[in-house]
Design a protein around this ligand. Structure first.
Ligand code: CP
Length: 316
């Protein structure tokens, strides 16, 4: 694998999930693969899980790891072409990415969307510029529109914890005080639409995701109906795709509670990519109770990253 930016870069999804679960059983089995290889993890935005889990995965494979929080520690990057750099930016992404490629065998990049210009964000211009200029394999650590390492870990979690061959998986919108990207729900939907699950998306009016990610899903604005008999419920906020980045007030009752679960999905396991705002996005009683699998899910981020990096190392 030379690029991991979405599920479309994976030739065999069940095999990748199986490799993640194999890595979980025997973390150091492929420790020789990364000998004398370096991965650079470049963050244009904050991270806890992606940074630590990908670093741990790379170390389990025997790699050297460089982490650069370029937003805080690097030169201010110019991301636009055809501009005279007489403002605050110091280094163009063309040189910066090319130089990083000189120091790395694989590069991971995190870059969030601006949520102002949909065409710009959905063109993935920043992520694609890294891919173009660094000249080494690139793994997405979350881009403007997708978070594939998260989605792979989510699928691994569902595969591990499911109690029936084809579970019902529900993605439900949750309240928030900020406009958040669509990357996690887009990506989760894209992966679930390719998985052996009954997949339902529920959100308030005005929060429909782009159809390019949801083709094959059942979509409803009736949360109670969507939750009925769910085996897994994935909780996540996102801002509107149309009008882009908008947030409307008055949907506070969309927060998932144990009362809702008791009424509609008593056996459901509750997932969230984290970080989560307690009692705004998801109730404390769920997070602290036996239905929550969010820590288990975050733990699986290591094995998802390890499966992807293993395939990248094998292709070097
Ligand atoms: N879920 C996730 O990507 O967490 P971080 O933003 O902390 O990496």
């Amino acid at each position: 694998m030379k690029l991991f930016s979405s599920v479309n870069d994976v030739t065999d999804v069940p095999a990748l999930v199986a490799q993640a679960l194999a890595a979980k059983k025997d973390p150091f089995a492929n420790n020789h693969l990364g000998k004398n290889k370096t991965i650079s993890l470049v963050f244009l935005n904050p991270s806890l899980r992606t940074r630590m889990s990908t670093q741990k995965a790379a170390m389990n494979l025997g790699m050297n790891v460089i982490v650069l929080n370029i937003d805080k520690e690097g030169w201010a990057l110019e991301l636009r072409d055809n501009v005279i750099m007489n403002g605050t930016t110091v280094e163009h992404i063309r040189e910066a990415a090319a130089v990083m490629g000189e120091y790395s065998d694989i590069i991971g990049v995190r870059s969030f969307p601006g949520l102002k210009d949909r065409e710009e964000d959905y063109s993935e211009s920043i992520f694609n510029k890294f891919v173009e200029f660094c000249k080494v394999p690139v793994v997405s650590l979350e881009s403007a529109t997708r978070h594939p390492l998260q989605s792979l870990a989510d699928l691994v979690t569902i595969e591990e914890l499911k109690t029936k061959a084809r579970p019902k998986v529900v993605l439900t919108w949750a309240p928030h005080i900020k406009a958040l990207p669509q990357a996690v729900p887009n990506s989760f939907a894209e992966w679930m639409c390719k998985a052996d699950v009954d997949f339902v998306i529920t959100h308030p009016e005005g929060y429909a995701l782009s159809e390019q990610f949801t083709n094959g899903a059942t979509i409803t604005c009736n949360q109670d109906e969507a939750l009925k008999d769910a085996d897994f419920i994935y909780v996540k906020n996102w801002s509107a795709y149309e009008p882009y980045g908008a947030v409307t007030e008055g949907n506070e009752d969309w927060m998932l509670t144990n009362a809702k679960l008791n009424a509609f999905a008593p056996d459901a396991k509750i997932m969230h990519c984290l970080p989560v705002r307690r009692d705004l996005e998801l109730s404390s009683d769920i997070l602290d109770g036996p239905r929550s699998v969010v820590i288990h899910e975050a733990g699986n981020r290591v094995w998802a990253a390890q499966a992807v990096l293993k395939q990248m190392l094998e292709a070097l």
